[in-house]
Design a protein around this ligand. Structure first.
Ligand code: ATP
Length: 437
């Protein structure tokens, strides 16, 4: 098998992300807050596009899926029922010399990977962030920041069922922030303590779960490929029995070949009827399903494709990064899928003066009705193309002196650098066709 290479280094992406406004260190002017990141003007567009592409695939294009946006703070009993209070922990070891902390299951050997010092015995560390609700900071007021969005879906199972006409199998999809007090965050936005998840709970009749699990694996894998991830850098890995979470009957990870090696992008688990049954037990409410065809009540099984919006965004950024020779220089280009590119087009007038500016501004106004676009009239045109290449803009629209006479513009394609003359009156339609996905 040919050796797999990472698309680029993390350093190059961190530097591009800061330079061009994709991702900044949180609270940077105060020295930063470890493992927290802020999405800048371009990053917020990119990540929103990732989330939008996910929503379109798993909600809009299906008749058996609906959305939900549950609150981050939930009743503390939720986390008792889900097993998170008792069991959502990682094994932690401390280095006795340099005081660094590590996840015991992330290191090999019994010495500190940083300084070679002696390590403490491992102990369990609960990853949930605690806070207090209301003015009194006592035990009765403890609430948790959710460590996964999934539980918001389970506790709303009956609400969704009774307020819609859905029949099994059907699913609920949700995007939202989750929080985990990770022992060793790192690798840029790969592992952070605050992150966004894109989760689906797909409810099925017991017995059909294994087939439907396989279908979701294929669908979710294909989503990354369709949005441009190089297939050699994507793989499916089945969990070994000792890796499985307490609730899972089977689990696969979709992994991407990040600069630090194969790492999880998305987990797709068969959670069985564990969660609904536990919530029935802890809340005393019925969370079962009445099957009109067979006249029976049962608790559905659940297939859970659970993806990270930040990890996905990072993988898309890494995979899109190219450095290509261009004359005597190197062209940095982000070959982001058109669905994901922060700006779909940039309008570049060759002069800052009338009458070009008038025409360019009119074009900008028209295109802004449909897409996020950029307008750039500073410096040489070659440099402006480079700037757009580096942020992944698929099309540059150049307005030149000829445009005033022939009412046409030059459209340059980011990937091929080919240029085409297009009548201004047809530009919107042209871009619609090019940008469709
Ligand atoms: P890991 O083994 O990497 O800690 P996990 O198996 O605990 O991850 P899940 O609980 O399956 O992760 O969460 C589903 C998805 O949420 C992951 O595939 C990942 O994309 C995302 N995710 C989980 N933890 C983090 C984190 N600390 N930072 C960023 N994304 C995360």
């Amino acid at each position: 098998m040919a050796e797999i290479k990472a698309a680029t280094t993390m350093e190059k992406i961190v530097s591009l992300a800061k330079r061009r406004g994709f991702i900044f260190q949180s609270s940077e002017i105060y020295g930063g807050l470890n493992s927290c990141w802020d999405y800048g003007p371009l990053g917020v567009e990119l990540k929103n596009n990732v989330k939008q592409a996910w929503r379109r695939k798993v909600i809009q294009e299906r008749d058996d899926m609906v959305g939900l946006d549950a609150s981050i703070l939930m009743h503390p009993r939720v986390w008792e029922a889900s097993g998170h209070i008792a069991g959502f922990s990682d094994p932690l070891v401390d280095c006795k010399s340099c005081k660094q902390r590590f996840r015991a299951d992330h290191i090999t050997g019994d010495k500190c990977p940083d300084c070679g010092g002696e390590l403490t015995e491992s102990r369990q560390f609960n990853l949930m962030f605690k806070t207090f609700m209301g003015p009194v900071e006592d035990n009765a007021a403890v609430v948790y920041l959710r460590p996964e969005t999934a539980q918001g879906i389970f506790v709303n199972f009956d609400n969704v069922l009774t307020s819609t006409r859905l029949k099994l199998p059907f699913g609920i999809a949700q995007i939202g922030k989750s929080f985990r007090n990770e022992i060793t965050p790192g690798n840029f936005t790969f592992r952070t303590r605050e992150f966004e998840q894109m989760e689906i709970e797909y409810f099925v009749k017991p017995g059909t779960d294994e087939t439907i699990h396989q279908e979701w694996l294929k669908q979710r894998f294909q989503w990354y490929i369709d949005l441009g991830i190089t297939s050699e850098r994507l793989r499916l890995r089945e969990h070994a029995p000792d890796e499985l979470a307490h609730y899972a009957k089977g689990c696969y990870d979709i992994e991407y070949y990040f600069p630090m090696g194969w790492s999880e992008l998305e987990g797709i688990a068969n959670r069985t009827d564990f969660d609904l049954k536990r919530h029935m037990e802890y809340s005393g409410q019925r969370l079962d399903y009445f099957d009109q065809e067979t006249n029976e009540h049962y608790v559905p099984y659940v297939i859970e494709p659970s993806a990270g919006a930040d990890r996905g965004t990072l993988a898309f950024l890494l995979d899109a990064y190219f450095e290509e020779p261009d004359k005597d220089e190197i062209r940095v280009v982000l070959k982001l899928h058109r669905a994901l590119a922060p700006y779909k087009a940039a309008i570049l007038p060759l002069s800052k003066k009338e009458p070009l500016v008038n025409t360019a501004k009119e074009i900008e106004k028209e295109l802004r009705r449909y897409w996020m676009v950029d307008y750039d009239d500073s410096k040489a045109i070659g440099r402006r193309y480079r700037r757009q290449d580096e942020i992944g803009t698929p099309y540059c629209v150049t307005v030149d002196f000829q445009s005033i006479e022939d009412q046409a513009v030059t459209v340059r394609d980011r990937d091929t650098m080919a240029q085409e003359r297009i009548p201004i009156a047809e530009l919107t339609k042209y871009l619609w066709e090019k940008l469709a996905w």
